[in-house]
Design a protein around this ligand. Structure first.
Ligand code: NAP
Length: 252
């Protein structure tokens, strides 16, 4: 009997990561959920197992290289890594943005993805058919006012994906970048505005149907389950109401 392929998902405690864990589990992967909040990933793993699929939880901060390396020792072989952990902090202009926020966004989005990808690349290669997904953003492709620090970090992730693809071509690992536009998830905007739910709500105000976490998880699952010889290099997905980062149709 063939072994069940394993998929590691970072940032699986909420939003896109949690939805991706559910969908990849339903698609036949044994999912390994990682994030800093143990209670949330354990509850999600239990939910997935109760649904008849396979999931385990592992508490992990992607910026802690030592912990990431220790986590990676559990994998001799790995089919899929979804680098989803990340997010934005603040929406200040360049003139007044807090360097500490910029540093933290770079650390989580870029160095976090670098840490986990480096640590798991040997196991992905060993599988003979590995897939690395990097969840960047349309902020990784174009800028917008007030986005500076996040845009810089997501551009960094985009460059990481592009460079890695060049460097490992010919090895049995493909690199998929998924770049979503506006996604209404439970925590993204609230984290960005440090718990200010009023400011967070304004991000989506009057937008009839922003993308959901499930929409992005569906996109990731589709890309990951393409035949082995197919590589979805970069997939941009936006809601219909959004034509660019700053051009959004609002009804109010
Ligand atoms: N929402 C959007 O509009 C949108 C659009 C494009 C791209 N994205 C990207 O999509 C990804 C997921 O976003 P989301 O909307 O689902 O946001 P979210 O609900 O805030 O989820 C962020 C996830 O990242 C985890 N995380 C943050 N820092 C971490 C760290 N140091 N170590 C490990 N895990 C960490 C969080 O878990 P813990 O706090 O439990 O660690 C959480 O599970 C992010 O990379 C984001 O930049 C979002």
């Amino acid at each position: 009997m063939a072994a069940v392929p394993i998929a590691v998902i970072t940032g699986a405690s909420s939003g896109i990561g949690a939805a991706t864990a559910r969908q990849l589990a339903a698609a036949g992967y044994r999912v390994v959920l990682t994030a800093r909040r143990k209670d949330r990933i354990e509850a999600l793993a239990a939910e997935i197992n109760e649904a008849g699929h396979q999931a385990t939880a592992y508490t992990l901060d992607v910026t802690d290289r030592h912990a990431v390396d220790e986590f990676a020792t559990a994998f001799r072989t790995l089919a899929v890594l979804v680098n989803n952990a990340g997010g934005a902090l603040g929406a200040d202009p360049v003139a007044t943005g807090d360097p500490a926020d910029w540093r933290q966004m770079y650390e989580t989005n870029v160095i976090g993805t670098l840490n986990v990808t480096q640590a798991l690349l040997p196991a992905l290669t060993e599988s003979g058919d590995g897939t690395v997904v990097i969840l960047s953003s349309t902020a990784g492709l174009a800028t917008y006012e007030g986005g500076g620090g996040y845009v810089a970090a997501k551009h960094g992730e985009h460059v990481l994906a592009e460079t890695l693809r060049l460097e490992i071509v010919g090895t049995p690992v493909r690199v998929i970048e998924v770049a979503p536009g506006m996604v209404k998830t439970e925590e993204f905007a609230t984290t960005r505005f440090r718990g200010d739910t009023e400011k967070a709500a304004k991000v989506y105000a009057g937008v009839e149907a922003p993308l959901t976490a499930d929409d992005v998880a569906d996109t990731i699952t589709w890309a990951v389950t393409r035949p082995s010889h197919v590589n979805i290099d970069l997939l941009v997905v936006r809601p219909r109401a959004q034509a660019s980062n700053a051009k959004v149709h609002r009804t109010t």
